[in-house]
Write a protein that binds this ligand. Structure first.
Ligand code: SF4
Length: 510
């Protein structure tokens, strides 16, 4: 019989404020990293059969999947992927559980390990991936087959100069049924040239935009169509900065891909009428834009110099003319912001009238420039990494945590009024687009309003929370394997010379 390696590709959840692992009857939308890594994993490596298991912990409604870690039948590699800082302690606990049960190969990757110092946790039987998966995943698989993972992968270089991306294998329709928005995430490009100080994207993906070939993206879209995927999210951060976007959209139109898709753009899209028109023709149904604030002085202080609030209204107009809904993302709780400032922000937002909005509380995300500044100034008050998810206050602000919490949910309630819901539905109806996307959009708005009343962040992961296991169940394991009850707040990781050089090239090109 051939040798087999079980590869468990697991996106971790996080511990909620009550200590329970956050799990939902239905997740909000699927994570994109799990299918991506799954698609990079061959069926056979060095004559060893690779048996993959794709798991998104947010939508596990019982603990049966933990048997893969607790009772491994064959040699196993646990790859915890896409772990952000607020998911990092959960990642450590899963790895500790696996190690305790005899799983020899455990590796944790994702934004936290890539951008933060994990040296205090290294050489304790769990490996850390400090670079993009494309550059290290084949080596990790080979080392796992030998049962000898290295303590750290990718320390010398975080980013690949060229992207060698896989054609995506779409998840099954059954797997997608676990989500309210059953989208497949596709990354045509990665990176963002800007320098917003609160942003982790530029630390995770760099400022140089690197793209996969248009043909790879088209092949993933064709596979999605064959698999009857109903929606796609282009998860690249700024579609309008991706050099081949027009070529891709033209090909999608020519081949009649006809899968409604979501994009993210920066606010400079307001000047690119042709691109918005093309996006509409190719099937874009929603554009996500990080507007953050209507105060130019606040934006300048956050180094988001490319945002000009006077242009926001134009984005709504352009999108509306082309049948695209606008999703404006907002941050409340910038330094010095008062209650009245936030109420003024909400008033202007309602006047500009995007279709969808989301609000976050300013969070110094570990690894970012703002985190470094706040940490050095002693402004961070929250010791628990689980809380660094932009839904609660983690640092010294003139407003209290309770005041900001109240303002966050009041912002949702005020924006998602019944007249707003009626107006957005009527607009779609007016364009003969009273379809499933429209109904989902309506349901999403009602959901946001409901969550505003319940004081639960709508983007916390899904609907109908299920409480199964909690941090307390893993405390002894975390202490035994890593020596901590709470992992100390880390220092950010400095870029290697190679990565810094890649960023420098952008500077000279801007
Ligand atoms: S524009 Fe968006 S992705 Fe780019 S640096 Fe700013 S916040 Fe990050």
């Amino acid at each position: 019989m051939k040798q087999t390696l079980d590869v468990v590709i697991l996106k971790p959840s996080k511990y909620g404020p009550d200590g329970y692992v956050e799990r939902f009857l239905k997740g909000f939308m699927p994570n994109s990293t799990v299918p991506y890594i799954r698609s990079m994993t061959p069926d056979v490596v060095d004559s060893v059969l690779i048996n993959t298991h794709s798991i998104d912990e947010y939508v596990q409604t019982d603990l049966a999947y933990l048997d893969l870690l607790k009772n491994p039948a064959t040699p196993t590699l646990l790859a915890v992927v896409g772990a952000q800082s607020h998911q990092f302690q959960r990642s450590l606990d899963l790895a500790a559980l696996a190690r305790e049960s005899g799983v020899q190969n455990c590796v944790i990757g994702g934004p936290h390990a890539m951008t933060c110092d994990t040296s205090m946790l290294q050489n304790r039987g769990v490996s850390f991936a400090l670079a993009e998966a494309e550059t290290i995943w084949p080596t990790i698989l080979r080392d796992a087959i030998r049962g000898q993972l290295q303590p750290v992968y990718g320390a010398a270089q975080r980013w690949a100069k060229e992207l060698d991306a896989p054609v995506l294998i779409p998840p099954s329709r059954e797997a997608l049924r676990r989500y309210v928005v059953p989208m497949l995430g596709i990354y045509p490009a990665r990176g963002c040239p800007f320098t917003c100080n609160f942003c982790s994207v530029i630390k995770i993906a760099g400022r140089q935009i690197r793209s996969q070939s248009v043909e790879t993206t088209m092949a993933s879209l064709r596979a999605a169509k064959t698999a009857k995927i109903r929606m796609v999210a282009f998860v690249s951060d700024n579609a309008n900065k991706y050099a081949e976007i027009e070529e891709l959209l033209e090909q999608m139109i020519a081949e009649q891909i006809n899968i409604p898709f979501f994009v993210q753009c920066d606010t400079q899209i307001s000047k690119d009428e042709n691109l918005v028109r093309l996006l509409g023709r190719a099937g874009c149904f929603q554009m996500f834009v990080g507007v953050e604030s209507f105060r130019r002085d606040v934006l300048l202080a956050a180094h988001k110099t490319q945002n000009h609030p006077s242009q926001y209204k134009n984005i709504v107009r352009l999108c509306r003319e082309n049948g695209i809904t606008t999703h404006f993302s907002n941050i409340i709780g910038f330094p010095g912001q008062s209650r009245q400032d936030i109420l003024d922000h909400n008033r202007i937002l309602r006047e500009i009238d995007p279709d969808i909005v989301s609000f976050y509380i300013l969070c110094p995300i570990p690894g970012t420039a703002q985190y470094d500044e706040f940490l050095a100034e002693g402004r961070i008050t929250e010791p628990n990494l689980d809380r660094f998810d932009a839904t609660t206050l983690t640092w010294k602000h003139d407003l209290s945590s309770t005041e900001l919490d109240d303002l966050l949910f009041e912002s949702y309630r005020r924006f998602y009024s019944l007249p707003h819901l009626g107006a957005t539905m009527l607009r779609r109806f007016g364009r003969n687009k009273f379809d499933s996307i429209c109904l989902q959009g309506g349901a999403f708005q009602i959901f946001n309003r409901f969550m505003g009343h319940k004081h639960i962040h709508p983007m916390s992961g899904g609907v109908w929370r299920i409480r199964l296991d909690s941090a307390a169940d893993y405390r002894a394991l975390r202490r035994k394997h890593f020596g901590y009850d709470l992992v100390p707040l880390p220092k950010s990781l400095a870029l290697s010379a190679t990565d810094a050089e890649l960023n420098r090239r952008v500077k000279s090109a801007l």
